[in-house]
Design a protein around this ligand. Sequence first.
Ligand code: GDP
Length: 301
Amino acid sequence: VKTVLLSGGTGGAKLARGLIEVCDLTIVANTADDVEMYGVHVSPDPDLITYWLADAIDERGYGIRDDTWKVMDALEAAGVPTWFRLGDRDLAMCLMRTGLLRAGARLTEAHAEVVEAMDVRVPVLPMCDEPVATHVRSGGRLVPFQEYMIVERAETPIDGVELRGIESARPTPEIRDALATADAILIGPSNPVISIGPILGVPGMRDALRDARAPVVAVSPFVGGHGIKGPTDGFCAYAGIETSAAGIARAYDGIVDGVVADEPLDGIPALQTDTLMDTPESRRRMAEETLSLARTLQRLS
Ligand code: GDP
């Protein structure tokens, strides 16, 4: 089954890890969290997904397992602020990507080299090649996303979300081709506002999804009525998205043909199951169950 998964970094990445065992997978990853740090282009969500697929993800939930911190230590000793932590191997991947970008590669091409270097065999496609940068309006200030998450610990109230540059972004040829030829399209259990929101916000992406022949199935990121850790609940409150299966169905209204969640849902084809993916077995089971719902669906539109 040719499957495309739209994904942020955490929930979506876990589903991706299950999916590679059971289908022919292409991932479309959020790049609105991308940031320039220490002179390199950091691409948190595509990297996190790639490390998950390589079975190299660190227990912290980001970065590479057993990485070392020599560069961060040296920067710190030199008086450089190091609140954004990049391990040495993680930084090496960013250096490679940055070199390619400077030599004129598209972000899609540059990240493909990271995927290959990590021995991952499936495409992890950035949602676009153009730069997009999430900013959070909070306490009268417009704060770049990583700073809001790490320095402010996502604790201050969210008054707005801006996706700078999104109007100039376009789905890449790789994404258009993957969507047009897919048998199933999945929206991973990722933050609907800051992870899936930017992907769907790329002008032309909704049309490409609507034109696809494959059914679209969303997996809810809410377990027991809440996001698991992270700032999902706060961003959903800001965006007026109820943290429930119905909330997810409404957030993706006009796009999804079915929803997988841990609670019953009326009005749209749905599968109720245990959606927690904390073991290899549960990740594979979720992948199989989500694809089985997709198989039963025809496009509504
Ligand atoms: P980020 O880019 O790292 O913020 O990650 P995502 O946007 O991909 O994922 C954040 C969301 O993943 C949170 O809302 C979590 O509730 C959800 N999530 C994390 N683990 C799981 C899981 O095992 N099952 C489900 N259904 N959702 C999960």
